[in-house]
Write a protein that binds this ligand. Structure first.
Ligand code: NAD
Length: 705
């Protein structure tokens, strides 16, 4: 008996219960408790079978990741699992909640698995840059076949019990009380008196791949096709291969070695940083304790354009009805048409059924009368990016919205406070900055205005989670966290062209760094005309910098992919651009006109000049308090802008590279180019002098908050 593991009896069945709230993480005390309980029950002749269960809201949801990187305390998880599997009497795992990672590996070490309805099982280790290191890669293939196991292990996504039952990952779904059902099963198998059915002893499900691994290799290729730059998914494939190439002891040994290697590597450190950062990012340091979110049962969205449509889909997907308001029936029809088209794409990819689409569409109501938003709990404005229109809309909303409604703007750059001040209730106003395509992109920047009330903030954080976004709370400034840093990068991209680089060279250096796309390909995809129009409206300097090449391209009608030409040429239907000599000539000519002598520019300089100014801007954002923590900035860039996950986000990356190096390189570029915008931010300068890190700065801020 220990504090976290207890043993009770039900006739000749012993029930071993782990009780380590909140998620029964497999801490040292739990491992030792279970290990000792098994040792005692092994010798107990009155016990014929054992049930392993967990108290609280879930079976074990995995290892205790706070123990990662610390000296291991025996018994290791794998020793505990091996001890369970080696028991001479049957052990039944009683599963409920989210049985993940080490928790599922424990279940695989048991001889039978029974689950409550609604249970989900999975091995999400890959998402932390590691692989299941306690037998998961060796036992799951033996239990359900190598290809099915590979899908679960490489995706890291949890599987509902009903599906797990189909391919044999669990044996039974309990009806009625789970523990009683598990005890009944234990009594039955205990009475049979047979040698327990150990997953390690099986190889019937591996016969196919042993005979011919072609299908396995094909599946592996598909599953890792999108894992650019990531080590863990490839390591998972290797490990699953060992399950049918090697005896179990050898497979387990290699799995352990691969796990140790990944866990000590930079990629896993970056991914674990992001795992914690995502959970932190929605926590508001000065949120009064006990702040309750308002209920959001009805939503209204103003504008059915690119963003309004996508935003509405998120709520429909979560079962929340939405009223969408447009200026004309025609605009509504167009918006609804796009939504339906997007849903149908999901159907054609097998991610949704037609009935799902009908159900979701039935939650969306169109209107051309603004008064129809009067009963909405949350109203999100997503009209053109023009202050005057937004101001008009908010004064109207102030007249008609119910007193408890939360009023949000999806603006990309505009001053949320100025918008809030158009109402007599600025405490109910804030920004919800979704990213395009809004039904897909995970990031939700929640822009807190000067007067936004805590419960209004809490409401949007809460609903953000419900619609499966990653909420990050940020403050008001031009472009908030993401677009403000993007702008710092954009200012350098054109300068690189004028100084000697080509668009393709810049893009290649940035994809080489790990972004899915380079800035010029991205510009072509999004449409070069957007920035061009803004620059024309605001005057070139209002944007803080000129974009002579992009402007010249737009003057030529080259708006990017949609016109077939931009920085690249796009042949009919092609998404990948081809370099265009005409663009290169334009760059050379513009540079000559501006008296800039072009030179060879290496990839390293490109990366430094595009990433380091962003880091410096991030430092300003931190010091101003626009972001609460460095990790929040990382979460924004990884989830909204394709910063490579395995580099942990720009601020984490800066700490890895060393702030002194980042500062010195920026100071160097500022000096040789005479461009003051490249000067390192004061905070970066100070931390570099102190030999400190953004992480240390963030911890100190959190401590004193
Ligand atoms: P869009 O041009 O695709 O859609 C705007 C829609 O608003 C149009 O359908 C228009 O008819 C409608 N509209 C205009 N005035 C209206 C009014 N008074 N009442 C009701 N509807 C009205 O624009 P978008 O790309 O969806 O952008 C909307 C907002 O989202 C902007 O503030 C933009 O800055 C922001 N945003 C856009 C993106 C993006 O990538 N497109 C990303 C993040 C944020």
């Amino acid at each position: 008996m220990s504090d976290v593991v207890s043993v009770t009896r039900d006739g000749d069945v012993a029930v071993v219960t782990i009780d380590n709230p909140p998620v029964n993480a497999l801490s040292h005390a739990v491992r030792k408790g279970v290990f000792d309980a098994m040792a005692a029950l092994r010798e107990d002749s009155e016990v014929k079978a054992i049930v392993l269960a967990c108290a609280g809201r879930t079976f074990s949801a995995g290892a205790d990741i706070t123990e990662f990187g610390k000296p291991p305390q025996p018994p290791a998880l794998i020793e505990m699992i091996n001890a369970i599997e080696a028991m001479p009497k049957p052990v039944v795992a009683a599963l409920h909640g989210t049985v993940l990672g080490g928790g599922f590996e424990v279940a695989l070490g048991c001889h039978h698995r029974i689950a409550a309805p609604g249970t989900r099982v999975g091995l999400p280790e890959v998402k932390l840059g590691i692989l299941p290191g306690a037998g998961g890669t060796q036992r799951l293939p033996r239990l359900i076949g190598a290809i099915e196991a590979l899908k679960i292990i490489v995706s890291g996504d949890p599987v509902p019990a009903e599906e797990a039952l189909k391919f044999g990952a669990i044996d039974e779904i309990a009806t009625g009380d789970l523990t009683q059902a598990a005890v009944a099963l234990a009594k039955k198998v205990g009475a049979e008196g047979k040698e327990p059915a150990r997953v390690s002893d099986r190889d019937d499900k591996l016969a196919d791949v042993k005979a011919d691994p072609t299908a396995f290799n094909e599946a592996a290729g598909k599953l890792t096709a999108r894992a650019r730059g990531l080590e863990a998914p490839h390591a998972c494939v290797e490990a699953v291969k060992w399950s049918f190439e090697l005896p179990i002891e050898e497979g387990l040994k290699r799995e352990r070695e691969a796990f140790m290697k990944l866990v000590a590597g930079d990629q896993s450190k970056a991914q674990r940083h992001l795992f914690f950062a995502e959970r932190q990012a929605a926590k508001v340091l000065d949120m009064p304790k006990g702040t309750k979110p308002r209920a959001v049962d009805k939503v209204a969205v103003i504008g059915a354009g690119t963003m309004g449509g996508g935003i509405s889909m998120n709520f429909a997907n979560a079962g929340i009805p939405v009223t969408i308001v447009e200026t004309s029936q025609e605009a509504l029809d167009r918006g609804f048409g796009t939504i339906e088209k997007n849903y149908n794409i999901s159907v054609s990819r097998g991610r949704m059924t037609e009935a799902d689409v009908r159900q979701r569409m039935s939650l969306l109501t169109g209107s051309t009368d603004m008064n129809d938003v009067a009963d909405a709990d949350l109203i999100i404005e997503a009209v053109f990016e023009e202050m005057d229109i937004k101001k008009q809309i908010f004064s109207k909303l102030d007249e008609i919205a119910k007193p408890t409604a939360v009023l949000a703007t999806n603006t990309s750059y505009l001053d949320v406070n100025a918008i809030a001040n158009m109402t007599k209730r600025p405490s109910s106003v804030l920004g919800t900055h979704f990213f395009s395509p809004a039904n897909v992109m995970k990031l939700l920047e929640i822009v807190r205005g000067a007067e936004t009330a805590p419960d209004v903030l809490a409401t949007v954080i809460d609903v953000g989670r419900k619609i499966k976004k990653v909420p990050v709370v940020v403050g008001v400034c031009f472009g908030f966290v993401g677009n403000r840093m993007l702008r710092a990068r954009s200012l350098e991209t054109e300068r690189l062209l004028l100084e000697g680089a080509t668009p393709q060279q810049v893009d290649k250096a940035i994809t080489g760094f790990g972004f899915p796309m380079g800035p010029f390909a991205m510009g072509d995809l999004a449409g070069l005309d957007i920035g061009w129009r803004i620059r024309k409206q605001m005057g070139a300097t209002a944007d803080g910098g000129r974009a002579d090449i992009a402007d010249a391209l737009c003057e030529m009608g080259r708006f990017g992919q949609k016109t077939g030409r931009g920085f690249y040429i796009y042949e009919k239907g092609a998404r990948a651009g081809i370099p265009d000599p005409e663009v290169e000539a334009l760059i050379v000519e513009t540079a000559a006109k501006q008296g800039i002598e072009r030179r060879e520019i290496g990839d390293e300089e490109i990366v430094e000049r595009l990433i380091y100014p962003m880091i410096s801007e991030g430092a300003k954002i931190l010091e101003e308090g626009v972001a609460q923590r460095p990790g929040d900035i990382d979460v924004v860039w990884v989830n909204g802008y394709g910063f490579p996950v395995w580099r942990g986000g720009p601020m984490f990356y800066a700490d890895q590279v060393g702030l002194k190096h980042v500062r010195n390189r920026l100071a160097h570029y500022a000096e040789v180019s005479g461009n003051a915008a490249l000067k390192p931010a004061p905070l970066l300068d100070r931390l570099a002098d102190e030999g400190s890190t953004f992480a240390a700065y963030g911890r100190e801020k959190e401590r004193t908050a």
